[in-house]
Design a protein around this ligand. Structure first.
Ligand code: P6P
Length: 354
């Protein structure tokens, strides 16, 4: 009979290699698993409990919040606010960092999360996901600060996502490889289903919103043609798959090999940095990609090396098989000098000291 490995057992087994790791970290990941189960239950019933559809609220980006966004955001907050494991949280749906209520103890970790990424797909029954990232507290005070939250991806302790699709999966890494767990609703447990996921050598897909090709820079346009086998050495074309939900697109490419890209462009030269959120999407996905042998770039270099300057800053994102992502950097170096000059200053902006 195959081993039944829950998330808790897997983390405990992994921690044997990390003598100084504490159970706090295990419990923090377990808290995220509980949040995932609660969100999964609502996501699969969204059409039935009147939770479907947009709410009257809007998030910091001015995007209309879907009711499930708000439910997921509140669920993750309520599961984590009182545990004493965190010194602060940050959510894609909140403009400022989220302090731990004064009546609760604080802890050594910081949790950043996008509660329901791809939420515009909810009403059309397309997979959506939760993305989370965990940093260690670095400030000296009792409670967390912006300094604890705005850390480079290189310093991440762990990251993961939950994908609410044909099944509910939780994929995480604590720095020792990427591991996938599938929810068995009959017992309410995530069970190990994909141990040590590695990006396949041979990629099958590329994911990009070709509807925006008009706005892409010359290098990115040529890169897309290279992926299609039209430009360059005439490689075997990759299939184009784009769901419009980062977690779903990334998950498929992670398992089957491929590259996802959402480039910066010059539609507005003062905003050459694209759409992806560094702190709530790119860092976690980039950490997982690297842990699986892949790579994540903003078109210039690793997104994990970017020193954040603002909680909701956006970055271009090319993520997946390392050779495919490095090819994007090469095309940008060769053909996108104008964009590079517009974007480079954003890579070295410094955090506004709170
Ligand atoms: P577009 C969802 O809003 C999201 O942030 C990602 O999940 C997804 O990859 C991307 O935006 C889709 O953006 O502009 O192609 O609809």
């Amino acid at each position: 009979m195959a081993r039944i490995v829950t998330i808790e057992r897997h983390i405990l087994e992994q921690q044997k290699n990390h003598p100084n790791a504490t159970g706090v970290f295990t419990n923090l990941l377990y808290d995220m698993a509980l949040a995932a189960k609660i969100i999964a239950r609502e996501t699969t019933r969204a059409g039935l409990v009147g939770i479907l559809g947009a709410s009257e609220d809007h998030n910091v980006y001015g995007e209309q919040q879907q009711k499930l966004d708000i439910f997921a955001d509140r669920t993750i907050f309520r599961i984590n606010d009182h545990t004493g494991r965190l010194c602060a949280m940050a959510s894609e749906e909140h403009e400022e960092i989220i302090e731990i209520p004064m009546n609760f103890d604080t802890g050594r970790y910081v949790l950043l999360y996008d509660p329901l990424d791809g939420s515009s797909n909810i009403d059309v029954n397309v997979s959506v996901g939760t993305i989370f990232a965990i940093h260690r507290k670095i400030s000296t005070g009792e409670r967390g600060t912006l300094e604890d939250v705005l850390q480079a991806g290189r310093r991440l302790v762990a990251a993961g996502y939950v994908i609410y699709g044909s099944s509910t999966m939780m994929v995480y890494s604590a720095g020792q490889g990427v591991h996938g767990f599938t929810l068995d609703p009959s017992v309410g447990e995530f069970l190990l289903s994909h141990e040590n996921i590695r990006a396949p050598q041979n990629a099958l897909y590329y994911s990009a919103n070709a509807g925006y090709e008009k706005y892409w820079t010359p290098g990115v346009r040529r890169y897309a043609k290279w992926l299609q086998g039209i430009e360059g050495e005439g490689r075997k074309p990759l299939g184009q798959r784009y769901i419009g939900s980062l977690v779903s697109d990334f998950h498929r490419n992670l398992l089957r090999g491929g590259v996802f890209f959402y480039p910066g462009d010059m539609q507005d030269p003062s905003k050459p940095y694209g759409k992806m959120r560094l702190m709530f999407e790119a860092q976690a996905i980039g950490f997982l990609a690297e842990q699986a042998g892949g790579y994540a770039s903003d078109g210039v270099g690793s997104v994990l090396d970017l020193e954040p300057y603002s909680l909701h800053q956006r970055v271009p994102l090319f993520v997946g098989n390392r050779d495919l992502v490095e090819k994007a950097e090469e095309y940008i170096r060769l053909y996108d000098q104008e964009w590079l000059e517009a974007y480079r200053p954003f890579r070295t902006l410094k955090m506004e000291r709170a």
